[in-house]
Design a protein around this ligand. Structure first.
Ligand SMILES: Cc1cc2nc3c(=O)[nH]c(=O)nc-3n(C[C@H](O)[C@H](O)[C@H](O)COP(=O)(O)OP(=O)(O)OC[C@H]3O[C@@H](n4cnc5c(N)ncnc54)[C@H](O)[C@@H]3O)c2cc1C
Length: 466
């Protein structure tokens, strides 16, 4: 009889967990994956990346017909109305097809789906839905959950104070939505509801939006979102929210302290971040403690300090992003199988999927300057022939390189397709490219990607179209 039920048991079927399970099975390991949700795919597929992108895409189409450039192209439209129920149904359809796709991949790769939440008994066994399951290796991939704002009670069913999950499922367009938090999720969901007709106010504690992104990008983001009609209250903190009869009254004051004022809204979206999720996992049973930020710490191979227990994704340190979790999922499975799984945490691209998109990889200009002398090349999308032809004037590409070696240290873009453009920059940087390497690489014309080539040329002061 085998010593353990499985070679690998993955706890959590988000992008970290399901990818780890599939790769482990592909490598010939007997694998199970436990998740208590009704469908596979974790936060990302069920209440994160995918539903938000479905609504971003749908709302962008609506906004384009109502306020876009159709007239310029001689396209005449009649009165445009919104069927929100149909848009929400379309979102659910995308989610269903993708979560079902993971179920298919589990079957195809012979990964056993254990339906239920897992709790450790010891380092090699857990209980799932009342059953004891043992495994030689256990991977913690339990992800993250919404960070609550002290004193503010989220009630997604009532739909007045909501978190991202409630903000994705509203069955009405709010008249006035206040978004607490000017980060990625707040700006994406704020954009959705603004396009669908809500007045949107964003309250951000810091003096700029998009913490963690390059300073120029953050400044430009404020200009772009203001131009689109969002009301931005920067350097402002929310100190309380009272709900009465379906209306919310927020009390706000300057972040540094000062006179308080109030804002009335019929919907408040709390989007101040996410925190690692280990509730009910029974980490105490195996003697594994989380750090001060609630994260499970691992070494570069994704081993925790407990033999046979590994961890990946949002639950460990690093950016809380699906592609980071996926890459770690592949790496951990390869390491368990005795191969060499590596993730380069210095090059995890980040994208905000608004219009335009905001994307970056590597160091910000501020962080790069702290490390040494740098050169910076910048090229505006206004001077890129494709963006100009498509009437997409906003944005720029910025390339930051080491002044001595010319090695590219960071790339930042604001463009309609910045999320796609950043892949090229990431790959170039992964190969250790210099700005000259990018500048002398032939780029198809006319494409938005040419702006990256020109920004790289601008590092030495020689862009052509500027
Ligand atoms: C609104 C929103 C939009 C987002 N958009 C993007 C985006 O566009 N791009 C991007 O890269 N990232 C995005 N993210 C972040 C992304 O969703 C996460 O980084 C990603 O899902 C993390 O993957 P994970 O596998 O670590 O965890 P998760 O996806 O959180 O999955 C963890 C799973 O573990 C399960 N679980 C927890 N505890 C247990 C237990 N004890 N037993 C069994 N199962 C358990 C949970 O049910 C869950 O299904 C978004 C997030 C949100 C909320």
């Amino acid at each position: 009889m085998a010593e353990y039920d499985y070679d690998v048991l993955v706890i959590g079927a988000g992008p970290g967990g399901y990818v780890a399970a599939i790769r482990a099975a592909q490598l010939g390991l007997k694998t199970a994956c436990a998740d208590g949700r009704e469908t596979l795919g974790g936060t990302c597929l069920n209440v994160g990346c995918i539903p938000s992108k479905a609504l971003l895409h749908g709302s962008e189409k609506f906004d384009e017909v109502r306020n876009g450039t159709f007239d310029l192209y001689g396209i005449k439209t009649g009165p445009v109305t919104l069927d929100l129920t149909a848009m929400q149904a379309q979102k659910l359809d995308s989610v269903k097809s993708l979560t079902g796709g993971i179920e298919f991949l589990f079957k195809k790769n012979k990964v056993t789906w254990l339906k239920g939440y897992a709790a450790f008994e010891d380092a090699h066994s857990v209980t799932v839905a009342g059953q004891k399951v043992t495994a030689r290796n256990i991977v913690i991939a339990t992800g993250s959950s919404v960070t609550p704002l002290p004193g503010v009670t989220v009630d997604n069913d009532a739909g007045v104070i909501v978190d991202s999950t409630g903000g994705l499922a509203l069955n009405r367009v709010p008249e006035h939505m206040v978004v607490i938090g000017g980060g990625v999720i707040g700006l994406e969901l704020g954009s959705v509801w603004r396009r669908l007709g809500a007045k949107v106010t964003v309250v951000e504690f810091l003096d700029q939006l998009l913490p963690g992104m390059d300073g120029d990008v953050r400044k430009e983001a404020a200009k772009i979102f203001k131009k689109q009609g969002m009301d931005l209250k920067l350097s402002t903190k929310v100190t309380g929210v009272a709900v009465d009869g379906g209306k919310a009254t927020l009390t706000v004051e300057p972040s540094k302290g000062g006179e308080a004022s109030t804002i009335e809204a019929d919907c408040v979206l709390v989007a101040i971040g996410r925190r690692p999720y280990v509730d009910g996992l029974g980490l105490d049973k195996i003697g594994l403690e989380v750090n001060a930020r609630g994260q499970v710490e691992t070494d570069h191979d994704f081993r925790t300090k407990i033999d046979g227990v590994w961890a990946v994704g949002d639950v460990i340190p690093g950016p809380m992003l699906a592609h980071k979790a996926e890459d770690e999922g592949i790496a951990v499975a390869e390491n368990i199988a005795g191969l060499t799984g590596i993730v380069n945490h210095d090059l995890i691209p980040g994208v905000v999927y608004t219009f335009p998109e905001f994307a970056g990889v590597g160091l910000t200009e501020e962080a790069a300057k702290e490390k040494g002398e740098i050169k910076v090349g910048k090229f505006p999308m206004l001077a890129n022939s494709r963006a100009k032809t498509n009437h997409e004037p906003d944005g720029f590409v910025k390339v930051i390189s080491d002044a001595k070696t010319d090695r590219v240290l960071g790339v930042w873009c604001i463009a309609s397709v910045a999320g796609t453009m950043i892949a090229q920059a990431t790959q170039a940087m992964e190969f250790g490219a210099t700005s000259e390497d990018i500048a002398y690489t032939c780029h198809a014309h006319p494409t938005h990607a040419e702006a990256l080539k020109e920004a790289a040329m601008a590092v030495t002061g020689k862009p052509i179209h500027m």
